[in-house]
Each structure stands twice: as structure tokens, then as C-alpha cells.
Design a protein around this ligand. Structure first.
Ligand code: NDP
Ligand code: GDR
Length: 326
């Protein structure tokens, strides 16, 4: 039975990846940082029905000694570094924390693997945000980067450190440059989930309006369930490498609103207003990925359309609010 260690296992991708690996017969271990609100820990893993099938280890990505001990104990075959301060908007308010966790945290994991389990295969959660102010209409693995936030700059550092450890120490380290991916388990502060939650509230009469920021921004959105399969596929290759994972379709926030509100039979324009509070100091206007390399080498392609994903998210938020009302 192969053993995987996932940092960020309590997040959206960590939960889906844990479920995916368990179905493949892996022993799944995860890093868990302590919280005073213990009752909400593992909520996403519980939602997917896998909380009691994973082994959780107390630790923080910033604490190298804890990481070293956990890697020693788990002896993983595969390490997935998903932990990060992942909310772009917050990274301007917390640039140092973001640099520490999202940037240096990856190096803590790389060091732990190099020192304790050098044969383990390593996955780094890189991001399309690294393309930022885009240098090509469609971004692939050769497109130059131009980060536009403290988050993106930190991810770029972690990305290049992953490449460097691969080249310096012959580690099996791969970097997945994933475009936005969403699901019913997406954090509520991210725009798709904020919208689907807003749709559910308005539909059930719990709210009348939804306040958003820049409606013109465009993103290439896929489903997290499809994207974790690509992470795994990267680590099954003989040779480590970097891959763009995307759908190849870009849609504005405005159009996502139309799809999500439309699913509930609502007119988005009657309910959405904008506020400067949700605008960013520097915006990533548009992202559109070319996942041709992943398709050719990994045999990967997305299975879920944006419309199906939006419908799944709206339905999940309706169910949550209905359950809370009972
Ligand atoms: P989430 O924000 O849902 O999850 C982040 C995870 O990191 C949580 O488990 C969180 O723990 C954990 N974490 C944060 N800080 C620390 C720390 N100091 N020590 C240990 N764990 C910590 O992110 P996603 O699941 O959406 O994304 C997974 C990764 O992929 C992230 O690195 C993200 O930046 C990256 N990414 C995501 C994309 C997307 O569209 N979702 C696209 C491209 C890249 P806790 O539950 O305690 O907060
Ligand atoms: P992003 O996701 O920054 O792309 O990062 P987010 O959903 O936060 O923003 C997407 C776009 O929507 C615009 N927007 C709003 N965003 C939020 N959060 N709230 C709003 O009210 C709102 N109104 C408009 C934003 O300006 C932006 O243009 C996500 C994260 O998962 C990162 O960790 C990951 O690396 C990238 O995706 C790829």
C-alpha cells in the first residue's frame, strides 16, 4: 500500500485529494494545524466521508522540526504540498505571513523530504496567478511569469525552488501550475462560492443582495475533483516535470453570476451590486490556460463543465442553508 502525506489536507484540494488517494488504496496522512475551534476541523473531509480514514498529524508548515518528525514517522512515498495562505486578496494585508507560509513553507517541505525521505515524490501546488499580467493570450509551461500580488510572488518563489531542488538534488519534484478550480468545498471568500452561497441565500429569502468586486475579471475555472487527479498523475511519471492544468475556457465573473443565478431561476442583475471593498490593488484581468502538455503526457482532461459545476455548487449551498433552517 503506497503512503501519501498531504499538507493542506483540511482545505478544498486536500480533502478531494485524500478521497481520491484512498480510493486508489493509499494510506493517507495529513498535516493538521491546531485550532481553538476544534469542532470545525476536518469539516471538508467529513463532508466527503473520509475523515476517519486519514491519519492526521499535528504540525504547522512553519515549524520545520514538526515537519521533520512527521516525515520521519510517515515515511511517505508521495508528498503533496498544498498548504498555503491561498487567498490572493488577503495577501496584501498579510504579505509577510503569505511569503512565509506560501513561499518558505514549501522550502520547509522540500528540505524535510530531501533530508528524511529523498526518494519520495514531491508535488508543489503552483498557480496560474504566477502568470498575473499575462504575457501570452493562452498560458502554457513556457509562458513568462508576471506575478501581481504578494501571494503570486510567494508562489513563484516556491515554484522555482521546486524546480531547483529537482535540478540540484535529483529529487522527483513536480510543480502543477493549476488554474482556478472550485467545488462545493471552496472557501466562502472565493468569488465562485461567494456567488453560489449568495444565490442560495437570496433564493431562500435569507438575503436580497450580493456585493462583489470587479465583475469584468475573467478566469479559467475547473472542478477541484478533476484537478486532484492531475496532481496524482504527475507523480506517476518516470520523469518529474511541470504541467499547466486548465480547461481552456475563460469566463467573466459577470457571466458566472448569470450562470449561477440562472440555475436558481433568478436574475443576477436584480441582486448583484459592486463595492470598492472587494477590488484589489493590482488585478489579474484574465487567465486562460493551455493544458495541451498534460493532455498529451498525462492523458488528463477535465470532466466537468462550468455549468455543471456551478449547478452542483448552488445545489450544495441550497441544501446547507435548508439544513441550517431546520
Ligand atoms: P485552501 O485555502 O482551501 O486550503 C489551504 C490549506 O492550507 C488548508 O488546509 C490550511 O489549513 C492549510 N494551511 C494554511 N496555512 C498553514 C500552515 N501555516 N501550516 C499548515 N497548514 C496550513 O486552498 P485550496 O485547497 O483551494 O488550494 C490548495 C493549494 O493549491 C494552495 O496552495 C493554493 O494556493 C493552491 N492553488 C489553488 C488553486 C485553486 O483554484 N483552488 C489554484 C492554484 C493553486 P486550515 O484548514 O487550518 O486553514
Ligand atoms: P483568485 O480567486 O484570486 O483567482 O485566486 P478569487 O475567487 O478570490 O478571485 C477571482 C476573481 O474574482 C474577482 N472578484 C472577487 N473575488 C473575491 N474573492 N470576492 C469578490 O467579491 C470578488 N468580486 C470580484 C477577483 O478580483 C478576481 O479577479 C484563486 C485562489 O484559489 C488562489 O489560491 C489560486 O492560486 C488561484 O485561484 C489560481
Amino acid at each position: 500500500m503506497p503512503t501519501a502525506l498531504i499538507t493542506g489536507i483540511t482545505g478544498q484540494d486536500g480533502a478531494y485529494l485524500a478521497q481520491f488517494l484512498l480510493e486508489k488504496g493509499y494510506a493517507v496522512h495529513g498535516l493538521l494545524r491546531r485550532s481553538a475551534s476544534a469542532e470545525v476541523i476536518g469539516e471538508r473531509l467529513r463532508w466527503l466521508g473520509v475523515l476517519d480514514r486519514v491519519v492526521l498529524h499535528d504540525g504547522d508548515l512553519m515549524d520545520l522540526s514538526a515537519i521533520l518528525r512527521i516525515v520521519e514517522k510517515v515515511q511517505p512515498d508521495e508528498v503533496y504540498n498544498l498548504a498555503a495562505q491561498s487567498f490572493v486578496h488577503a495577501s496584501w494585508q498579510q504579505p509577510l505571513l503569505t511569503g512565509s507560509v506560501t513561499g518558505l513553507g514549501a522550502v520547509n517541505m522540500l528540505e524535510a523530504v530531501r533530508l528524511i525521505a529523498p526518494k519520495a515524490r514531491f508535488y508543489q501546488a503552483s498557480s496560474s496567478e504566477m502568470f498575473g499580467k499575462i504575457q501570452e493570450q493562452k498560458q502554457n509551461e513556457r509562458t513568462p511569469f508576471y506575478p501581481r500580488s504578494p501571494y503570486a510572488a510567494a508562489k513563484l518563489y516556491a515554484h522555482w525552488m521546486t524546480v531547483n531542488y529537482r535540478e540540484s538534488f535529483a529529487m522527483h519534484a513536480s510543480s502543477g501550475i493549476l488554474f482556478n478550480h472550485e467545488s462545493p468545498l471552496r472557501g466562502i471568500e472565493f468569488v465562485t462560492r461567494k456567488i453560489t452561497d449568495g444565490v442560495a441565500r437570496i433564493k431562500l429569502g435569507l438575503a436580497s443582495e450580493l456585493v462583489l468586486g470587479n465583475l469584468a475579471a475573467q478566469r479559467d475555472w475547473g472542478h477541484a475533483r478533476d484537478y486532484v487527479a492531475a496532481m496524482w498523475a504527475m507523480l506517476q511519471q518516470d520523469v518529474p516535470d511541470d504541467y499547466v492544468i486548465a480547461t481552456g475556457r475563460t469566463v467573466s465573473i459577470r457571466d458566472f453570476c448569470a450562470i449561477a443565478f440562472g440555475h436558481a431561476g433568478l436574475d443576477w442583475q436584480a441582486h448583484v451590486r459592486t463595492s470598492a471593498a472587494f477590488m484589489r490593488p493590482a488585478e489579474v484581468d484574465i487567465l486562460l490556460g493551455d493544458a495541451g502538455k498534460a493532455r498529451r503526457k498525462l492523458g488528463w482532461q477535465p470532466a466537468t463543465t462550468l455549468e455543471a459545476m456551478a449547478a452542483e455548487m448552488v445545489e450544495a449551498d441550497l441544501a446547507r442553508h435548508r439544513a441550517a433552517q431546520r
